[in-house]
Ligand binder design. Sequence first.
Ligand code: GAL
Length: 957
Amino acid sequence: MQISRPAPGVGALAPRARLTTDAPQQSLAGSWRFRLSPTLHEAPENWRDDDVASWDEIQVPGHWVLQGHGAPAYSNVQMPFPVDPPHPPMANPIGDHVLDFVADDALLAHAEQIIRFDGIESAGEIWLNGEWLGSTRGSRLTHEFDVTGILHAGENRLAVRVAQFSDASYLENQDMWWLPGIFRDVTLLARPAGGIRDVFATADFDPEAGSGSLNLAVEAEGEWRVEIPELGVSSSGEPAKLTGLAVEPWTAETPRLYDVVVRAAGETVTLRTGFRRVEVKNTEILVNGSPIMLRGVNRHEHHPEKGRVFDAEWVRAELELMKRHNINAVRTSHYPPHPDTLALFDELGFWVIDECDYESHEFVMVDWRGNPSADPAWRDALMDRIRRTVHRDKNHPAVIMWSMGNEAGVGQNLDAMMLWTKQFDPSRLVHYEGDWSCRNADVYSRMYAGHEEVEQIGREGLSPAAAGLDAAHARRVTLPFIQCEFVHAMGTGPGGMQEYWDLFEQYPRLAGGFVWEWVEQGIAVTGEDGERRIMIGGDFGEAVHDGNFVIDGLVSPDREPRPGLLHYAATIAQVQIRVDTSRATAVVENRFDHIDLSGVDLIAERVVDGETVARIALETPRVAPRGSATIELPPELRDPRDARAADIVTVRALTARDSAWAPAGHEISSGQDAHLAAPVAPAASGDAADVSTGSGQLRSVGPLAIDAGPSLGVWRAPTDNDWGRLHAEEDPTPYAERWRRGGYDRAVTRIVSAAEADGVVRVHSRTGVPILDCAIDARMTWTALEGGAVRLDLEIEPDGEWPTEWARLGLDLVIGAAPRGASYLGDGPMSAYPDMRAAARTGWWSLADDELVVDSVTPQESGARQGVVDASVETAAGTLRIRALDAPFALTVSPYSRDELARKTHNWELEADGRTHVSIDLLQSGVGTASCGPGALPRYRVAPRAVRTSLLFEGRD
Ligand code: GAL
């Protein structure tokens, strides 16, 4: 087996489009025989005729490492073996796959047959009935081989030897699991006489004329004819150009598809085509003449049990979930997905950046020495990859850009790939992030550029004067800008999305971005205790790995939305509503690029003290794309307000009709005007509150015992983002590290004085950190009130030089019984932080015990609810009610202590201590996105400062 050549596979047919054909096909998916050898050297030479009855069975498509053979391995930039191109390591598992099968008569009835492999990682050698068909390179790329005369009636034997690593691994160092195997479909296809080998349909829409045209390049044997049945048009033979078609255009918002049927004597193929025109004008990306905004995510193919094996229902469900969260764009990071995914993008409506299966990021570790992008020896391999990418997917209207790959440096081979792509398919844009000269790209693309730089790029686009700029910059400045990756959805976060989005909305050049990434790529295994566990890098004994950096998605490995997804959905929502009851208006902004709001219903609701007092359907204003309108609120929704009440007016935008991805009535977004009146505290009872004058601790509130606290806390269990280096800052030290060095996690309190007089307990405490002389002076005044409540008046004053900002400033209390849930009046219902709260709405929310904190794969701080004015924390021992007498607070209720969260590296290792940990945070730092990208913006950091507030506590058993 030749696996040390910087070359494409051998023997495959020329790449072509994936076509839906009436020619017979036979899937070879199912149970195959399998044998693993630890090295190529140890893999038997003569194996193809072996009796395989004793071999293991394996499911194809499948990864052998997820079926009990060997183990998955996760690494990001670093290679798991020496960078010694084009050689794979000696320790290179070899998987021999054998399938004995009977070919369908329907296939054999035709003159010719081919076999198609849609994905083999990393290199395959293929034999049919002892004849060598060839080899594959490009794990996520399709290879077809001619089997005419080799495939025969009766029993056939297909034998495929797969190397886990090969020369191709140097081109496939994407940030993901190494998952070898025949993981996509294997199919036999009849090639009829008089058949159609390939079709390239370019379906254009002329926005000025309002009509479409179809340009068809067909490779067929003999005569052929094209029809668009729905339009009643047809044409025969080359050149096939149908013009002046009365079509509705395709957009991600209106994914209108037409069947295009191509008939030849021996075969009919059907494409689903959408008519649209993609172009760049005046630094904007236009589709059908209108600028578009990419509300995107980066999507890896990942399933917690199956890895990158395609599951049609699962993928449809995940794309529908994206649509329900206002996502309209996908970058297929970092390889073309399973071919059927493209049809789903077309049907559901996504703008797609289809990316070539190419990443050579490992070479950054060696200063890009020997990078394949620049080495002519790899040119054919790379050209083969881009050709296979473009050909396979060229008929999909969803694809608006071809991406050359990811993080592959710069070089002449990339240039050649871009030039070929442009010349082959001028109807789409060419994307590559890694070369900021943009000499061949049609868009300027970056990843994780900070807010300031993005603003600068946006501003530059307002008057793209080339004078005085170097050549690269002069070209770049004429291009639209996207962030092919921005905000890193790792752990609690990402923060700062809204601030990016505001810039994207403000500057026409900024055409949006793609969150990194859609799904947390955790692998599920069954632990010794029978429990399902999510595994991360290193859990399979890898010597080289990148730990939990693979867990950085908007949804969990099981596709459960993380709070970040909800906040992203609100940030990017195509309908934005601002309610102002004092003016009796709501501003409704239409952020769709191509449609008006006729598909949107507006429902307004007024809730006073938890009771719905009005629910009214508002007339949706006629608003053109990217326009806005102000509507008047009916009298029931206006002021005057009851000054003693919580009075909330919410206007929701709902889908008016069923769509492929949501039933009518699905909420797109909402806007609110909320007035929350502070409660009036009862009079003092004259009794003393149950506060220890020795420790300063609150011992009980009414019948409810308090185990510990309140103590002052300035630390949180570091989030993944807190561990991120702040690359763009003067001091790049991660906050988690700064807090640890500053001893913020080990703060201790000394009671300066505590005394009771006239039923009022006054406690002066000083909270400091080990080693340093900085402190917080806190003055707590406790007053028992009539009815059993306790009032706390709190004054906090920092003292000395705190070495860095606080994570928060909170009062921490512990109740000696497990949490049962919480209900509150405040913003929610989801976890939110000051720089990640777009989705939170004011209301009466109630949380079950398993909704209090986020079950992040890696334990960390989560679960804060913002803007809380009234909360009831339910525990097995009773309920603690906490009310804000002036400023709202952030509430976190957790079954885990912060130390426990900080100590454990997997959620399944967490041990609840049977107590309820309550934090009332008066200040909280934003979360930012420093796990990859900028930290919390300065305005969201918490410089030590004085705070005063008043709270009311009540206890119930
Ligand atoms: C980018 C890269 C992604 C991913 C991300 C961090 O640089 O393109 O593949 O590694 O960083 O999670």
